[in-house]
Design a binder for this molecule. Sequence first.
Ligand code: CP
Ligand code: NVA
Length: 305
Amino acid sequence: MDHFLSIKDCSADQLEELLELGIDLKKLYKSGARDLCLEGKILAMLFEKPSLRTRMSFQTAMIDLGGQAVYVKTEEDAGGIGKREPVKDFARVLTGYVDCIMARTYAHSTVTGLAEWGDVPVINALTDFSHPCQAMADVLTALEVFDKLEGIKFAYIGDGNNVARSLANACAKLGMELVIAAPPEHMLDEESVQQANSIKADSVSQCSDPFKAVEGANVIYTDTWVSMGQESEKQQRIKRFSGYQVNGSLLGKAPKDCRVMHCLPAYRGYEITDEVMESQQSVIFQQAENRLHFQRALIKYLLAR
Ligand code: CP
Ligand code: NVA
């Protein structure tokens, strides 16, 4: 594995190895020990969009492992990737300075272009298309909570977006099931569903009824109805998603031990209620913390093996 661009490009063995490493490093760091395997290594963190979790967890992970991270707000600091200079130049220049590139971009092709033209590992830190680091932290959380992944059912309620797409691939690769409940206009595209089902038959399905989706679910998952870059569609989206809120009445239709996940940031009162976020069933902040534990494993895996 040279890069981490998409879950579908990784084998199940690689994903399992990353999860195991994440759990081992979590234990190590919780015990107060350190693993300074990235001494002298530098990560470039390129951002076209805002971030709290992804930026902080990658930066902290680099510091934890003895390396350093440089944060670049690409539009403000570098004139935009592909604007002031083309992606292929951007990639080759950074290759001469750093050991790894992590990028959060609008176009997915920007991240794949950096991987194509650069000569160091490139990590997808969210594009309009996918968010693989998030899905792996989610899976790590499920593994901690249920002590297994095989047979776990996720019900994803809301927008069939970048987060849903990566979760679909993670479920297919790791023996889980995903049911997406979304308004017809916002379901995950059929190609992505088929692609996940070609990894494991019948692992991903869609419906428009959230109450049906949560039947027998181990995890109810949701994300914002308005992703970064879709702000102009906000009013229309709020109307379309109005029946897709994760609230007490939806949670009541799921098994009693069902957990709730959200990748954050959350818009309380829209896709999720305050009551559900603060409930005993929410593992949302464990999930957020696990961004760090997965990211630490990922950069060690890419840079220090
Ligand atoms: N979940 C997530 O990626 O959060 P940030 O946008 O804050 O990085
Ligand atoms: N779907 C959201 C995820 C934020 C972490 C977005 O792309 O804005």
